[in-house]
Design a protein around this ligand. Structure first.
Ligand SMILES: Cc1cc2nc3c(=O)[nH]c(=O)nc-3n(C[C@H](O)[C@H](O)[C@H](O)COP(=O)(O)OP(=O)(O)OC[C@H]3O[C@@H](n4cnc5c(N)ncnc54)[C@H](O)[C@@H]3O)c2cc1C
Ligand code: FES
Length: 310
């Protein structure tokens, strides 16, 4: 039976994710293992804490034990306004009573999360993991600003497992860097600004590198990798380079929206419909798909993108 309303939407979203994962794996692509089957959970904000400049941490709890997750996992939150946003789990994976997310204030969705009060209920899609930690014997973690959220549970795991690990965390100021007091004792470099020696200058040539940070940091590290392996996750899509402007036509209303050369159709659609479903914004999760089109990455050849169902 087809379920309606937000819970029905989340259930259909979860089913689509699972079909996408199965297809990718059948085609021999990189597995994106889910820590638990994706389904909608109704969770309550039970605590909020200011953990760095412009960063709030929220604790989310349900009625009983929550689905398990592994370091690198994220959840998708449906906010009271209808917006959907994705956040890395940055608490303790062994804590089944609650999840922790930490949100840097940027635009409309994160501002809404900053304003949430204890007691607010949210629909949350169960954890999925596109950035699993393989636990190599030597590991270097490189975090840019809020990117530490995805890496913190890996650092704790690496320490617990007795691996040789290092962390380079770069922030625009010390006050902007969350969770520094929670880092286990070890080889931790906290860097203010990007000046200084190359990020991997003091990293063993055998180390596996795990990075979560902006595109410029990823480019820098790729240039210094040598023979090291790289695992990374991005919170923001790479900038659109060499794009051409086009028109997005919404078939149902006939509305036409101009998409500039440096923006995606999804960005422009979100201006008009803030509650349009959004996930990775990078073309891999399928959340924004309509009429078979991944709106976050699609750029038509002919100057017109028509989405009949919108
Ligand atoms: C797998 C995954 C995990 C994520 N985990 C976290 C997390 O733990 N904590 C967190 O704060 N965010 C995280 N994000 C980003 C988050 O989903 C939202 O994109 C972010 O909160 C901005 O949403 P918004 O509605 O405030 O801004 P919007 O209004 O949607 O965007 C405002 C502008 O900010 C840009 N932008 C979005 N995110 C960033 C960023 N991190 N740095 C710089 N510019 C950005 C957008 O491209 C846009 O131009 C994650 C994203 C993904 C895909
Ligand atoms: S938002 Fe993930 S594919 Fe578009």
């Amino acid at each position: 039976m087809r379920r309606h309303g937000p819970e029905g939407f989340m259930a259909r979203l979860a089913a689509r994710d699972e079909r996408y994962n199965a297809l990718v794996q059948r085609l021999g692509g990189r597995a994106r293992p889910a820590a638990a089957p994706s389904r909608a959970l109704r969770l309550q904000v039970t605590a909020r804490e200011h953990v760095a400049d412009d960063v709030v941490a929220l604790r989310l709890e349900g009625d009983g034990p929550l689905p398990r997750w592994q370091p690198g996992a994220h959840v998708a939150l449906r906010l009271p306004s209808g917006r959907r946003r994705t956040y890395s789990l940055c608490g303790d994976p062994l804590d089944r009573a609650g999840y922790r997310v930490a949100v840097r204030r940027l635009g409309g969705g994160s501002a809404e999360l900053h304003a949430l009060r204890v007691g607010t209920e949210l629909l949350v899609r169960a954890p999925r993991n596109g950035f699993p930690f393989a636990g190599e014997p030597e590991v270097c973690f490189v975090a840019g600003g809020i990117g530490l959220t995805a890496l913190l549970p890996m650092v704790v795991d690496a320490h617990r497992l007795g691996l040789r690990w290092q962390l380079v965390h770069v922030g625009r100021s010390r006050g902007s860097m969350p969770f520094t007091a929670e880092l286990p004792p070890g080889d931790v470099e906290l860097r203010v600004g990007r000046a200084g020696p190359p990020l991997l200058a003091h990293v063993s040539p055998q180390a596996a590198v795990y990075l979560c940070g902006p595109a410029s940091m990823l480019d820098d590290v790729r240039g210094q990798l040598g023979g090291r392996s790289l695992h990374h996750e991005r919170f923001v899509p790479p900038p659109v380079v060499g794009g051409r402007p086009f028109v997005l036509e919404l078939g149902r209303s006939g509305r036409r929206l101009a998409v500039p050369a440096d923006r995606s159709a999804l960005d422009v659609l979100l201006d008009a419909r803030p509650d349009y479903p959004v996930g990775c914004r990078q073309g891999y999760c399928g959340t924004c798909t309509v009429d078979g089109v991944r709106v976050c990455v699609e750029r038509p050849d002919g100057g017109l993108l028509r989405l009949g169902s919108l």
